[in-house]
Design a protein around this ligand. Structure first.
Ligand code: FDA
Length: 305
């Protein structure tokens, strides 16, 4: 039943008509628990509140799978507006973005142009940029773009997904760049030809890449709400005398909020991923797919109003 629900939400997350409708009608169905608001002003208010609690942020102007040059350029413009707001208000925030929002499905030239514009602005304001990882069909291309840009910029990192079979090889291959990587389990629906179907195998591979990347001496973001992964990391860094300055925990806005605060109190760096914007639908559907309890939350929200 849980698997069926998960697959249904992941299937719905890619529906273009529903995405358009969601943009038109604004934040609904309890999405505001996971999305900071539709404007940069609302997002900066949320960042300020989180910063006050010593939580760092990475902000994400929501958008994915754009198919026109105009939309891709507009997405990049909005990322630059976000970077300028971070700089102007001196916020403790990085930026995250998706390659399909920069024109990945259109051409390499468009993506690279947009990314160079963003990275220049980010460099000027001291903002670090992370390229999110999308579905498997875009993984190779995303890694190639990251490698290309990493030669020119040092304020860029990307995401590696533990559910993919290729991941250990990617960690090994990328090591020569000493990359700052965010490690996640993976949020998309992938076939068994490319990704571990069993959760236990994903968890084992996740631990494996956390260990590899940390012991390679690279900065590591452990982006997970899973207590077992947090505990594993704590033990590992203790065992190998890895300083707190070499890693951080990351969680999504609206998920395990109290735990985020506790980790700060325990002395760890904790970064919250804060999405905002009108293109909230796909992101929201993936969060529902992750956890049936969130669906109950949404239904309660829908019927209690
Ligand atoms: P898992 O899903 O195994 O859950 C373990 C436990 O965590 C649950 O039992 C529950 O206690 C708690 N939990 C998990 N999800 C919850 C929820 N939604 N609500 C409440 N409790 C929850 N993916 C991707 O493919 N590309 C990317 O670029 C990113 N980027 C990214 C950034 C950040 C900062 C985070 C935290 C995550 C991502 N992800 C991602 C998503 C990631 O791949 C994964 O889908 C989710 O983090 C859920 O997996 P967990 O590791 O949290 O554990």
């Amino acid at each position: 039943m849980e698997q069926l629900m998960r697959n249904s939400f992941l299937f719905l997350s890619k529906n273009k008509a529903l995405t358009k409708m969601a943009k038109k009608y604004g934040l609904r169905f309890g999405a505001s628990r996971f999305v900071a608001g539709e404007t940069i002003e609302l997002a900066t208010n949320v960042i300020k509140e989180l910063n006050k609690k010593d939580l760092c942020v990475t902000i994400d102007y929501l958008g994915e799978f754009v198919d026109t040059i105009e939309e891709a350029n507009e997405m990049a413009d909005n990322c630059i507006i976000a970077i300028e707001a971070i700089g102007k208000e001196n916020l403790d925030s990085q930026l995250s973005l998706k390659m399909t929002s920069m024109g990945l499905d259109i051409s390499d030239e468009i993506v690279l142009n947009n990314m160079r514009r963003i990275l220049e602005a980010a460099k000027k304001h001291g903002v670090f940029v992370t390229i999110d990882m999308e579905d498997y069909t875009r993984c190779q291309k995303t890694i190639e773009i990251f490698k290309e840009l990493r030669k020119e910029f040092d304020n860029i990192g990307t995401v590696i997904q533990a559910y993919l079979y290729r991941t250990v090889d990617d960690i090994t291959d990328l090591n020569s760049l000493s990359p700052n990587l965010r490690l996640v389990k993976g949020a998309y629906k992938e076939p068994a030809e490319v990704a571990f179907p069993e959760k236990k195998d994903v968890d084992d591979n996740y631990k494996k890449i956390i260990k590899m990347h940390l012991l390679n001496g690279n900065y590591t973001a452990i982006a997970s709400h899973d207590e077992a992964m947090i505990e594993y990391t704590k033990q590992l860094v203790k065992e190998h005398n890895i300083p707190n300055s070499q890693f951080e925990f990351q969680m999504l806005y609206g998920i395990r909020t109290e735990r985020q605060q506790e980790l700060v109190k325990e002395g760890y760096k904790m970064r919250v991923y804060v999405p905002y914007g009108t293109d909230w639908y796909g992101y929201f559907m993936r969060r529902l797919a992750e956890r049936p309890a969130n669906v109950a939350f949404v239904l309660k929200g829908m019927f209690s109003k």
